[in-house]
Design a protein around this ligand. Structure first.
Ligand code: ADP
Length: 422
C-alpha cells in the first residue's frame, strides 16, 4: 500500500475511493477501522471510512489515530485526511483539530488543506470556497442541519479550529504549476505556517497540487486533492503501474430500494423528480417517529405490499424551515439520531426481506445504514455521477450500495443509477 486514507464520513470515503480507483490505484474501502489484520494482496490504497465529522473532537482524534496506525501497520507510506468538499465543520472542529493531531502523530511539519472538487462545482479562489458559483456562506450549506457553514473564507474557518498558524497558497502560484506550488509551500513553512489553504479552480490545478504534495507525509482535503496523486506516485517510482478500474458491477439477485435521510438541495431535487416519475414513496416524519406512530413495522408492511420489481423511495428529507421546526422541538442531535436509527433499523429489516440493491442518500444516513448492516469492506464499482460509485460488499451481507453524499448527483440519479448494474 502506498496511500492510507482516513475519511470523516462514509460517502466521502466512497467518493475518494472512486477518485483513486478511477485514476489507477487498486483501492479498497473499509467501514471503520478493521478489527483485525487483512491480507491486502495487490491493493495500492485503502480508505478507512469513519463517522467522525460531527462527533466530539477527542473521539474524532482517537478514531483517526486508530485508522492511521492500522494503515501504517499495513504498509501505508503517505496519508490523506479526507473531509467534505464543502468543509463541513463547526468552529469547535473537527477538521482543524484532527489535522493538527495527525500532523503531530506523523511527526510532520507541514500539510495543506484543499477541499476543491471542480467536477461537483466546488472551487477555491483567494481562500474563498465557492459552491456552484456561490460563496459557501451563501450556498445551501448555510442551512445544513448539523454543520451550517456561515463563513466562506477557509483561512478564517480553519484558523478558528487549528492550534497552528494557517497560511495560503493562492491562485497565482497554483496556476504556474507544481514547481511554483512546491516553492510556495517552502515559503509558507518559513513564515511559520504549518497548514495552508490552497486555491484550486480546475482539475489541472489539482493535478499540479498533487505533484507538488506527493512527497508530504500528510495531505488533507476533499476527494479532488487525490486526482493527481496516482500519476505523481508513478512518476516518482513509488508504484510500478496504474490499473484502470472495471467498468461494470455484477449485483446479487434481489429487490431494489432508495433510502434518503439527506435534507440537501440536490437530494430534495432527486426526490421531487422521483415522485414526479411516479416512484412509490413513503415520507418519514421525525415527529411521527418520536411519538411512535411511524415504526419499522409500518414501513415494512407498506414496502412488502409493493410488486417485487417496484422501486420504492423512503425519505425523511425536508426543507430547511421544517427541519428547523423539528430541531427546535426535538433538539438538533436527537432529531438527527432518531431519523438515522430508523433508517439503519429499516435497512436491516429490508436486507432480511430480500432487498439487495440500495441507494442511500446522505453521508450520516449512509454511515448509520452501513454500520447497521455490518458491511465492512467495500469494492468500488462504476461511477454513477461525479463522486458516487456503486459499491459491493466484500464482508457482511451480499449487497450493492450507492452511498450518495446529500448534495451529489444529477436530478435523475435515483432512476438512472440502476443502469450501471448487471
Ligand atoms: P447530507 O449528506 O446531506 O449532509 P446527512 O445524512 O449527512 O445528509 O445529514 C442529514 C441529517 O439530517 C441526518 O442526521 C438526518 O438524520 C437528519 N434529518 C433527516 N431528515 C430530517 C428531518 N426531516 N428533520 C430533521 N433532521 C433530519
Amino acid at each position: 500500500m502506498i496511500l492510507g486514507c482516513i475519511a470523516d464520513d462514509l460517502t466521502g470515503a466512497t467518493d475518494l475511493a472512486l477518485m483513486l480507483s478511477r485514476e489507477g490505484l487498486r483501492t479498497l474501502q473499509s467501514t471503520g477501522v478493521p478489527h483485525h489484520s487483512i491480507d491486502l494482496g495487490l491493493i495500492d490504497a485503502v480508505v478507512i471510512a469513519l463517522k467522525s465529522r460531527t462527533i466530539p473532537v477527542d473521539d474524532a482524534i482517537t478514531l483517526s489515530f486508530a485508522a492511521c496506525d492500522w494503515l501504517k501497520a499495513h504498509g501505508a507510506k503517505h496519508f490523506l485526511f479526507k473531509y467534505c468538499s464543502t468543509f463541513d465543520s463547526t468552529d469547535q472542529g473537527n477538521i482543524g483539530p484532527v489535522a493538527d493531531a495527525l500532523l503531530d502523530h506523523l511527526k510532520s511539519d507541514f500539510t495543506l488543506a484543499c477541499p476543491a472538487f471542480p467536477a461537483t462545482g466546488r472551487s477555491i479562489y483567494m481562500g474563498q470556497l465557492f459552491v456552484n458559483g456561490a460563496p459557501l456562506a451563501e450556498s445551501p450549506m448555510r442551512d445544513h442541519p448539523l454543520t451550517p457553514m456561515r463563513d466562506s473564507d477557509l483561512r478564517r474557518v480553519l484558523q478558528k479550529q487549528s492550534k497552528y498558524k494557517i497560511g495560503h497558497v493562492a491562485f497565482a502560484d497554483v496556476n504556474q504549476g507544481a514547481d511554483a506550488i512546491a516553492s510556495a509551500f517552502e515559503r509558507e513553512k518559513k513564515a511559520g505556517h504549518r497548514m495552508v489553504i490552497v486555491d484550486a479552480i480546475t482539475n489541472d490545478h489539482l493535478r499540479e497540487i498533487g505533484r507538488a504534495a506527493a512527497s508530504l507525509p500528510l495531505i488533507t482535503g476533499g476527494s479532488g486533492i487525490a486526482i493527481g496523486l496516482p500519476k505523481a506516485y508513478l512518476d516518482r517510482g513509488l508504484i510500478k503501474a496504474l490499473h484502470p478500474p472495471s467498468a461494470r458491477l455484477v449485483a446479487p439477485h434481489g429487490r431494489r430500494i432508495i433510502l434518503a435521510g439527506s435534507c440537501s438541495v440536490a437530494t430534495r431535487g432527486q426526490i421531487a423528480q422521483a415522485i414526479e416519475k411516479n416512484l412509490p414513496h413513503f415520507r418519514v416524519d421525525p415527529f411521527a417517529i418520536a411519538d411512535g406512530c411511524c415504526t419499522i413495522e409500518t414501513i415494512m408492511k407498506w414496502v412488502t405490499s409493493l410488486p417485487v420489481d417496484a422501486l420504492p423511495l423512503i425519505y425523511s428529507s425536508d426543507d430547511p424551515d421544517h427541519v428547523a421546526k423539528v430541531q427546535e422541538q426535538l433538539g438538533r442531535e436527537k432529531s438527527g439520531a432518531l431519523v438515522e436509527h430508523l433508517m439503519a433499523d429499516l435497512a436491516r429489516a429490508l436486507v432480511s426481506a430480500g432487498f439487495t440493491r440500495m441507494i442511500i442518500a446522505g453521508g450520516e444516513t449512509s454511515g448509520a445504514v452501513v454500520e447497521a448492516l455490518g458491511v465492512g469492506l467495500l469494492e468500488i464499482g462504476p461511477e454513477i455521477d461525479p463522486g458516487v460509485p456503486w459499491t459491493k460488499s466484500r464482508s457482511g451481507p451480499e449487497v450493492v450500495l450507492a452511498l450518495k453524499s446529500g448534495n451529489f448527483g444529477a436530478p435523475d440519479f435515483f432512476t438512472k443509477a440502476w443502469d450501471r448494474l448487471s
